[in-house]
Design a protein around this ligand. Sequence first.
Ligand code: COA
Length: 352
Amino acid sequence: MERAAVVAGLGGWVPPTVVTNDQLAEVLDTTDEWIRSRTGIRERRWVSPGQSTGDLAVEAARRALSSAGEEAVDAVVLATSSPDRLCPATAPEVAARLGLGAAPAFDVAAVCTGFVYALATGAGMIALGAADSVLVVGADAFSTILAPDDRSTRVIFGDGGGAVVLRAGSPSEPGALTGLNLGSDGTLSDLIEVPAGGSRQRSTGLPAKTEDTYFTMQGQAVYAQAVRRMAESVRETAARTGWSLDEIDSFVLHQANARILTAVARRLSLPPERFLSNIGTRGNTVAASIPLALADTVASGELRPGHKVVLAGFGGGLTWGSVALVWPHLAVHPTELSEFAATSAGPAGSTV
Ligand code: COA
């Protein structure tokens, strides 16, 4: 019988420190009105001093494992572009902290598409019989790599983690991933980058300029590409799945900007209400964005069992991808509350 990767657990986590638009307007040349009207973001969470991507990943993963009723998995795939260290990958330490023994664990770097790429990787391991269960995590602490004085990036990004447990199952059951579509365009790799810190800069033997150690983005060009590529990818995934666009109940896209979601809906001639969003309180949480949006919209009741749903991501690289599933029955812990809360919070301190 054909094996499918089935979503069997879901969890999200955000750090406790809320950063409002007004707080940012105190230290940057911006306003709450500009941020809300241009992005839809009202507030975001940022890590406390000492807290890292690995901490976000562990918290989200604990919730996903609990949601799945599992204590162990056969492999861990962590999507992140803000790893705890440049080397080694963050995933093995996350796996160790979760008590997952010698399970293979590695990072996938595809910026805001990272979670979809990681899902594809986990699903591939299951299809090959290399694993019967895979923990797929998306986590990023992008607040740590933004230039303190860059209003164009600092207002957009939030920190968080999200995770799903995939298990081997049948293609016909709810939760089975289908219609996967992935793509990239490296000719536009400069649109989203951290210029320094990699081998290209280090091999010059010159010290990195401070401004090159931070994340940069050409916002307008990225915006146009995000709308085009996510719309195309959603169409492709729907076609591969054998669904008409009209019969899809919910779209959970990368939460980059509320206006991007509306523009994709318009491009696909679909009602914008079907494009679920938590961007108002989360901002753009990079690789965590899609699983966090899933956790938040399951909690709010917007995403329900039986919904035909398409997940789509777009990010640096450039990269994009999407996948379809019928949403399964899952017990999901609230993202911000529950007995798991804040167990890895670092010392309190100002993060703005
Ligand atoms: N507050 C106030 N003004 C700001 C600002 C801020 N936080 N950030 C930028 N501006 C200014 C710019 O300096 C510019 O001023 P100018 O006209 O005097 O030069 C003006 O606002 C317009 O900037 P622009 O970049 O054209 O704004 P925009 O409407 O394109 O919105 C983004 C900017 C970043 C919100 C938008 O381009 C975007 O969302 N892009 C995609 C981002 C994304 O998805 N990134 C992740 C990809 S995975």
